[in-house]
Design a protein around this ligand. Structure first.
Ligand SMILES: Nc1ncnc2c1ncn2[C@@H]1O[C@H](COP(=O)(O)OP(=O)(O)OP(=O)(O)O)[C@@H](O)[C@H]1O
Length: 740
């Protein structure tokens, strides 16, 4: 068991102008944050006359700290422990706008601004790749808690347009008083890309479901959980741990927020759940308290283990240090000092995998039976081996040789005749391989060409060369994936807005369909309106800029891909030369002389240099792939956001058109009366407002709405919206001219 207090870190959000309200002093085991309260403020909202406050943190990240620095110092050690089997939690606490979401999830635009969640996913899969002797699994879930209700952000079946569309997650308690989350889906991620797609799905649902009343990140708590299992190959022990990455709602007090109505209800809920969090923390920091009020809120129930339980927990206090936020910053720091007193008892979460255990026992049993049979001479080997059985044994040997697992076994029992057949099979295969090499060598000499045995491992290769060949084989696979990806992307790169621009695999979750489907289902009128709306919308500018960057990255990736391919071809060519030279020398020299042969060593060094270059190119290409995917996610988010804004605007237009229609039905215009009663009505802009805005009413400012049905078609609304838009822009123009 590892006893550890909750580690507290502080991050100061960049301010626009220079501020002198705080100071950071680094000390031996951490850093002190001194907050200097301006004199006038001490008289006002702060109830005492103190002018400076000092708080100790394990580390303080000042305004210029990069996301990478925060990840390396805060998250990496936690993840290392999670991979080793200890639960971990990282949560951000601070007032609205102080940088919690920026720290946990990341900034919306730049790739470098990715936060702890995407970086953790990358890091976890990187670590897995380096431990090929272990098998791993990753599962993720994403929970949003809003007004004490839980919502599953990763439900792929639902296309959420508001929070209530998402599946509700319920908190259940079992007989042992353990809390369980019912309805929260948990998804397997085979690789980083799949995991990032899940994160993107959750973040998109979070954005789509947010309303002006529920500006998601401000008013709700979000918990992204990564479940990791690790197992050494052949071992029956599995290590299981989970990592909670928590973005809490803004911590400011209700009295300061000036809200009322629904917002006040929300604020009370948020404050209540943060208040309960504080109660739990106070109770935990007091030594002799036996009852800890976890059950008071959903959030404290979910985070029960993270607070005083089986978990290594870390908190990041996010602070705004400009004058108007000083009071909240002090309150955040005070809260963190209490959190720092909480002690957790993290235990190694190890379990025996029953399937592996059963298999192991079975094998052991069989071996023991065979041993006993041999010793007792019980087994009667009277019949000779059939041809069928000999062929079967031969196949078994082939399967055994092809298995790259060092722990693989070849089990044919204790019958010496079978064992003998296996030896024969080994010999036969060895001779066949030698024959193949000889033929290859003769053919190549005849045609004066090098031998290309691209991936097979020659028996004459040194261990190092074999390893390098294995790496090349892996890289070849990866490159072909990347090349396919680029080809696929090239096809979609310049598609118009309505089509997909994603790289995602078929199985991945994609909101592209959401945008595509919505657009496809729109009427022509509505689509046209969307086109107008899009051109005027500021998000479109952002979107175009992101598309430009994407295009640029594709061009760079293409160049890099070509360079990588060239490197690979060069290595393959040299490999052929090396093998040929090695074969030639093997016929003339001893092993010792071969190893000292200068020409051969020179060729090997050149090959190694080329391999280093190849690895560098490949890694750059891999990073670029991640960046490209990130930009694509951002583009999709922009598109969804624009569509959402358009829907709201369209709704508004439709309501206004409806009101106008009703007004007209009550007071029909005297001109064109008969005609309009029959089929259409003319609307005219409010004269007084036109006059006051100094607008000449254009002839096109009249527009027609059919009165045939209660509900108007999208085309009618479009006509209304267009005309309204024209008048509004004319009004603006006139206003501008009159001011000038
Ligand atoms: N360290 C930082 N560097 C650059 N920009 C930052 C940083 N921290 C926050 N920001 C920016 O400040 C704004 C508010 O940050 P953010 O949304 O992360 O705050 P928050 O604490 O999560 O607020 P809320 O409680 O509303 O969710 C965002 O535009 C974000 O990009």
């Amino acid at each position: 068991m590892v006893k550890q207090t909750i580690q507290i870190y502080c991050r100061v959000k960049p301010t626009k102008s220079k501020t002198s309200f705080y100071e950071i002093n680094h000390v031996e085991d951490g850093a002190n944050l001194s907050i200097i309260v301006p004199k006038d403020a001490t008289e006002g909202y702060i109830n005492n006359k103190r002018e400076d406050f000092r708080f100790r943190f394990r580390q303080i990240f000042d305004q210029n700290a990069k996301q990478d620095d925060v990840f390396a110092a805060v998250a990496r050690p936690v993840i290392d422990n999670v991979i080793s089997g200890y639960n971990g939690t990282i949560f951000a606490y601070g007032q609205t706008g102080s940088g919690k979401t920026f720290t946990i999830t990341g900034g919306p635009e730049r790739y470098a601004d990715r936060g702890i969640i995407p970086r953790s996913l990358s890091y976890i899969f990187q670590q897995f790749a380096q431990h090929a002797d272990q098998s791993h699994t990753v599962h993720v879930s994403y929970l949003e808690i809003y007004n004490e209700n839980g919502y599953d952000l990763l439900d792929p079946k639902h296309e959420a347009s508001k929070l209530e569309d998402l599946p509700r997650v319920l908190l259940m308690e079992d007989e042992d008083q353990n809390m369980h989350l019912k309805n929260l889906s948990v998804h397997a991620a085979q690789n980083e890309e799949e995991a990032l797609n899940l994160l993107f799905l959750g973040d998109t649902n979070r954005m789509i479901a947010e309303t002006p009343m529920n500006q998601a990140s401000t008013r709700s708590h979000c918990i992204f959980t990564i479940h990791v299992t690790s197992k050494e190959v052949g071992s029956a022990t599995v290590r299981k741990a989970k990592l909670h990455l928590v973005d809490l709602a803004g911590s400011e007090r209700v009295s300061k927020t000036n809200v009322n109505g629904l917002l006040l209800t929300e604020a009370k809920y948020i404050n209540l759940s943060l208040h309960y969090l504080e109660q739990v923390i106070v109770a935990l920091s007091e030594k002799h308290r036996s009852h800890i009020p976890y059950r008071n809120s959903m959030m404290t129930s979910v985070l029960r283990d993270s607070l005083g339980g089986n978990c290594m927990t870390t908190m990041i206090a996010t602070c705004s240090v400009d004058k108007r936020n000083i009071e909240e910053t002090i309150s955040t720091c005070r809260f963190s000092q209490r959190v720092a007193l909480i002690k957790n008892d993290a235990i190694l979460n190890e379990e025996l995998d029953p399937r592996v255990l059963i298999n192991q026992l079975r094998v052991e049993n069989l071996q023991l039976r065979n041993q006993i049979s041999m010793q007792n001479g019980n087994e009667q080997f009277t019949e000779s081996l059939t041809t069928e059985l000999i062929e079967k044994l031969f196949e078994q040997v082939k399967v055994y040789l092809a298995d790259t697992d060092n722990e693989a076994t070849l089990n044919v029992g204790a019958d010496m005749r079978k064992i003998d057949q296996c030896y024969r099979a080994f010999k036969k295969l060895h001779l066949e391989l030698q024959e193949q090499l000889k033929t290859a060598s003769t053919t190549s000499t005849k045609h004066g060409q090098p031998i290309y045995i691209t991936h097979d491992i020659s028996p004459y290769d040194s261990k190092e060369v074999k390893e390098l060949k294995e790496i090349i084989k892996l890289r070849d696979n990866e490159i072909s994936i990347l090349v396919n990806m680029l080809k696929k992307e090239k096809k979609t790169e310049y598609r118009p807005f309505t089509e997909s621009t994603t790289l995602k695999t078929e199985n991945s979750f994609s909101s592209t369909d959401r945008v595509g489907n919505q657009l496809k289902n729109m009427s022509v009128g509505r689509q046209e309106a969307f086109d107008h709306f899009r051109r005027e919308n500021p998000i479109n500018l952002k979107l175009e800029e992101h598309k430009r960057i994407l295009k640029q990255r594709f061009t760079e990736a293409k160049v890099l891909g070509e360079e990588t391919n060239q490197c690979r071809n060069q290595i393959n060519h040299m490999k052929g030369q090396y093998e040929q030279m090695h074969l030639r020398l093997a016929a003339q020299l001893t092993q010792d002389e071969i190893e000292k042969n200068q020409e051969l060593n020179r060729l090997r060094s050149t090959m190694e240099r080329e391999q280093t270059k190849y690895r560098e190119c490949f890694n750059r290409l891999k990073n670029m792939k991640q960046e490209i995917e990130h930009i694509q996610h951002v583009i999709e988010k922009d598109r969804l956001q624009m569509l959402k804004e358009f829907d709201d605007w369209w709704e508004e237009q439709s309501e206004q058109a409806e009101q106008q229609r009703q007004l007209l039905e009550m007071k029909p215009s005297t001109t064109d009366h008969d005609q309009s009663r029959k089929s259409t009505a003319s609307f005219q802009m409010d004269r007084s407002s036109a006059a006051s805005n100094n607008v000449d009413r254009p002839s096109s400012q009249q527009w027609n709405l059919p009165l045939t049905g209660d509900k108007k078609t999208d085309d009618d609304i479009l006509a209304f919206a267009n005309a309204r838009q024209r008048i509004i822009s004319q009004t603006h123009k006139c206003k501008k001219t009159s001011i000038e």
